[in-house]
Design a binder for this molecule. Sequence first.
Ligand code: AMP
Length: 286
Amino acid sequence: MKEYRAPEALAASVQAHRCSGRSIGFVPTMGALHAGHLRLLEVCRAENDVVVLSIYVNPAQFEPNEDFTRYPRDIERDLVLAHAAGVDALFLPSDETMYPGGVERQTVWIDPGEPATYLESRSRPGHFRGVATIVAKLFAMVKPDKAYFGQKDAQQAIIVALMTRELAMGVDIRVVSTVRESDGLALSSRNVYLTEDQRAQAPALKDALDLVASEYAKGVRDASTLEGLIMDELAERAPSGRVDYVALASIETLRPVTGDVPSGTLVALAVNFGTTRLIDNVVLES
Ligand code: AMP
């Protein structure tokens, strides 16, 4: 595994691989690697000749009140895990590389439009502008054939796929299923913030989504009824959680789905335990 801090050196290496006819797969992350990230790397490894991993905690996707400074960072551990996962090139850009002169000097931003007005965006209005802009920069630096994103962050994956298609970036976006703890909690770098009591309640998110998926499969189709089932389950099983949203949304546009819910609808939710925000989702299948 080779480490790169300068984008020029990474670009030269990627270019050499491409000239030799090798395909380039890319997994962008913010580090503090866990089994969810490792699954993305595993799928990337299986589908590409060369695996590029980036680790960069992007200040522009944190709201002013969020955990940017205390976001978990453990580069020594990440190096060991990346090596074991068969990463060929590890890209560790500096803030100066990603935002020359500082993030406040950035003048051009990618506005993801309407899909970035729903779900997460209601309480994190600038989040996806930051995500889209950093992903666009990373794509320009890495020039991958395929890039891998987790279903856990469904809105992010949808926005990145739309951006890539509408801006003709020529990157194939692959979405990988959510990796979970044995009790169902979706793996997240932020799970380390949960207290023992909050951690015990956190599997309720997945249980509520499972409940709604099984009721949908049994024929319950009304959007408000399905939302109500989730709210009741969360109120009972996660009393310390404050529900930020429970949403039924189109998997293509993220527009709200009301009334009779079609198969393929995304059910997404966010619950705050103290200052720790957990998200999860499921796609309904009839
Ligand atoms: P992050 O480091 O949190 O920015 O995440 C980097 C990538 O890993 C994103 O595409 C996430 O959606 C994905 N990811 C995070 N957690 C999981 C998980 N539990 N299962 C699958 N993918 C995940």
